[in-house]
Design a protein around this ligand. Structure first.
Ligand SMILES: Cc1cc2nc3c(=O)[nH]c(=O)nc-3n(C[C@H](O)[C@H](O)[C@H](O)COP(=O)(O)OP(=O)(O)OC[C@H]3O[C@@H](n4cnc5c(N)ncnc54)[C@H](O)[C@@H]3O)c2cc1C
Length: 362
């Protein structure tokens, strides 16, 4: 039976980025249930990096990740514009102030300012917050970069190798995989995305309540040229976002429907809702829906990610709950996760807000 220091469950962005950091420092195996890495949430994202997304306590992870993503050439400038309706001017100011205090570059725009950036903007939208630093992320490129770095550093990645059973031993774990193989390790890392709680239960570890929610995206052809420099357009009320993609638009109704962990598929109703909301934002005629998809975003109860050793089992490490920001936070999260796993001192990020022991009740 093969033995490793660390076995990571899941080869999405979380598992791949962490493995890239661990390779060369420990013997590491990544096991992935699907035929190929990135089939679930990682392969279905809207591919943006924006510091206000996920809230103020996620922003430090996003900001720290931005430096590495820029250095790797994985970001393309986009900018983001968060719109407010008439009567929401105070919230627009509050939103801008919250992120300005964190050091995010933000500008409050009036009606003329938002209209200049979103041609055809309907009346009713009166102000907005521009984030010039927002970028598009090359998600596939980043994921491949991490997988390649991991392999170069000696990490094994096995696909079609789902975790079927995990038995706790004196020295760690003995795992049975869906392909029939048995492997052992000292530390088991849970980077299973929407399946984080089921994986914990398989290992006899108390689940934390990490819940998957479906998010839908539709690719639209519209009856007017889409400006290539259109920002990512969102609203304060979180009811839609859209952005250009190769002359088309990617549009989401910002849905968040509770789901079982599964191969998520879009519902017609969510696509129709997205278009209905879009038509209330701009006067652009929707010609057709070219493509639609959905994926699962997995959130802990407080909507912050969970990085750290399980409070009741020091051989079980959580690397889960990446919600809607798991791509844009991947570099900093992996750095923090590797630091905690390897017992390295230092580092800029405070792990306390993300520690699993925050869910322990006295
Ligand atoms: C529509 C949509 C838009 C998004 N847009 C953005 C965005 O613009 N920017 C951003 O930063 N984030 C975005 N996200 C969020 C981002 O995609 C996720 O946070 C991120 O992909 C999570 O990565 P992960 O590796 O944790 O999960 P996943 O990519 O789901 O990987 C988990 C892996 O674990 C595997 N697994 C599960 N159980 C087992 C088992 N028992 N044994 C072995 N393997 C197992 C699964 O097969 C899967 O491959 C979006 C998500 C969605 C759905």
């Amino acid at each position: 039976m093969d033995r490793f220091d660390i076995i990571v469950v899941g080869a999405g962005m979380a598992g791949a980025s962490l493995a890239a950091r661990l390779g060369g420092r420990a013997t590491v195996l990544v096991i992935e249930a699907e035929d190929r890495p990135g089939y679930h949430a990682t392969g279905r994202s809207a591919a943006f990096w924006t510091e206000s997304y996920g809230g103020p306590r996620v922003q430090p992870l996003t900001a720290a990740s931005g430096r590495e993503l820029h250095a790797l050439g994985m970001l393309t400038p986009r900018s983001a514009l968060t719109l407010g309706r008439a009567g929401e001017e105070a919230e627009v100011e509050r939103f801008a102030r919250t992120y300005a205090e964190l050091g995010v570059d933000v500008d409050v725009l009036d009606r003329a300012g938002i209209e200049a950036r979103v041609p055809g903007l309907r009346s009713g939208w009166t102000a907005g917050v521009l984030e010039p630093s927002t970028c598009d992320i090359d998600v596939a490129g980043l994921h491949q970069h991490y997988l390649a770095a991991a392999r170069r550093n000696g990490v094994d990645v096995w696909c079609r190798a789902g975790l079927r059973a995990a038995e706790r031993t004196q020295t760690g774990w003995t795992l049975t995989l869906t392909d029939g193989r048995t492997v052992s390790c000292a530390i088991l890392v849970n980077a299973a995305g929407a399946w984080a709680d089921p994986v914990a239960r398989l290992a006899g570890v108390h689940a934390l309540g990490i819940a998957p929610f479906r998010r839908t995206v539709a690719q639209l052809a519209v009856g007017r040229p889409v400006p290539a420099d259109l920002p990512l357009v969102l609203d304060l009320g979180e009811t839609f976002y859209f952005k250009p993609e190769h002359g088309r638009l990617w549009l989401s109704p910002h849905d968040e429907t509770p789901s079982q962990p599964c191969d998520a598929a879009p519902e017609e109703l969510d696509v129709a809702l997205a278009i209905d909301r879009f038509e209330k934002v701009v006067d652009w005629p929707v010609e057709r829906v070219e493509h639609r998809w959905a994926g699962l975003r997995a959130f802990a109860p407080d909507r912050l990610p969970v990085y750290g050793f399980d409070p009741a089992d020091p051989a079980f490490f959580w690397f889960a709950g990446q919600g809607g920001f798991g791509i844009q936070t991947a570099p900093a999260a992996a750095e923090l996760g590797a630091r905690l796993l390897l017992g390295d001192a230092g580092g800029d990020l405070d792990p306390a807000p993300y520690a699993p022991d925050r869910f322990v009740t006295a």
